[in-house]
Design a protein. Structure first.
Length: 275
């Protein structure tokens, strides 16, 4: 390939990323993720306007569609601080639950949250460190997790404003660890943990590129990986999704020498992988 062609491709990608970031809806999205999706769209050879639109559509499918309202992170941090200062743990949990209702993944999980982590952690050895990949609002579930005080929690997502919010929340709760903006398919976290959460994340990875879900499962440096799938679509339809995702997960992990346990919940299907 000629040097001019390489430069031209680079310039096109820079133009695409810049165009996407100009949109208020996507200005907080990781440039690495936009670039990763953009490269795939550019390879189709369509014009820039069509490519930018396709990139935005993909970003909406894997992330934007899960937000049920425009996030108000400043207000939510204020609400959490007030609840925390009250010293009433139930009030703080209530504040966390109110916020989790605005993200589709955690909204559905609220219905089973009291049993969700209790059952999962009952099948794990003592946990000292957690990696939350594609975390969304899930770190707000920490008050429901049976964790020891010294546990380290590392959260990753592609929204800069969300990650800033999660860091504020973790600091408020004196949670050790940090949240970080990261595109995890091509740049999987290096940190080693006892367990990694990939809650409702694998279908999003697979929409970006086929088999990328398996790549992340293989690459995360964790002894256990907790993978979950929704049982309803974002529109609330079941559409036989339990069987669909169970079959897809079985195909994804076929041939791997992993011990896998399945847990069924009313709103979610969970697989615990022991590597």
């Amino acid at each position: 390939m000629k040097k001019d062609d390489v430069r031209s491709e680079k310039e096109q990608l820079e133009e695409l990323v810049s165009s996407v970031l100009e949109s208020s809806k996507y200005r907080n999205v990781s440039e690495d993720l936009i670039g990763s999706i953009g490269r795939r769209e550019l390879s189709k050879g369509q014009n820039m306007k069509t490519t930018v639109k396709a990139t935005k559509n993909k970003l909406h499918q894997i992330g934007g569609a899960y937000f049920l309202k425009k996030p108000d992170y400043d207000f939510w941090l204020k609400r959490l601080r007030e609840a925390k200062r009250s010293g009433n743990e139930d009030s703080f949990r209530k504040a966390c639950a109110e916020i989790m209702r605005y993200h589709q993944s955690t909204r559905e999980r609220l219905k089973i949250l009291d049993q969700f982590y209790a059952r999962i952690f009952s099948l794990l050895p003592p946990i000292q460190s957690i990696m939350d990949v594609g975390c969304g609002f899930n770190p707000l579930s920490i008050p429901w997790m049976p964790l020891q005080a010294e546990v380290k929690y590392y959260a990753y997502d592609v929204y800069k404003d969300l990650i800033s919010f999660i860091n504020g929340f973790m600091s408020m709760c004196n949670v050790r660890g940090c949240a970080e903006v990261r595109e995890v398919i091509e740049n999987t976290p290096e940190v080693a943990t006892d367990v990694a959460f990939l809650l409702d994340a694998v279908p999003c990875f697979e929409q970006i590129e086929k088999w990328s879900g398996l790549k992340v499962l293989e690459d995360v440096n964790a002894n256990f990986v907790v993978v979950s799938f929704p049982v309803k679509s974002l529109c609330g339809r079941e559409k036989n999704m339990r069987k669909h995702y169970e079959a897809a997960f079985s195909k994804l992990t076929r041939g791997k020498e992993w011990n896998i346990q399945k847990l069924e919940f009313a709103t979610e299907q969970v697989f615990i992988i022991k590597k």
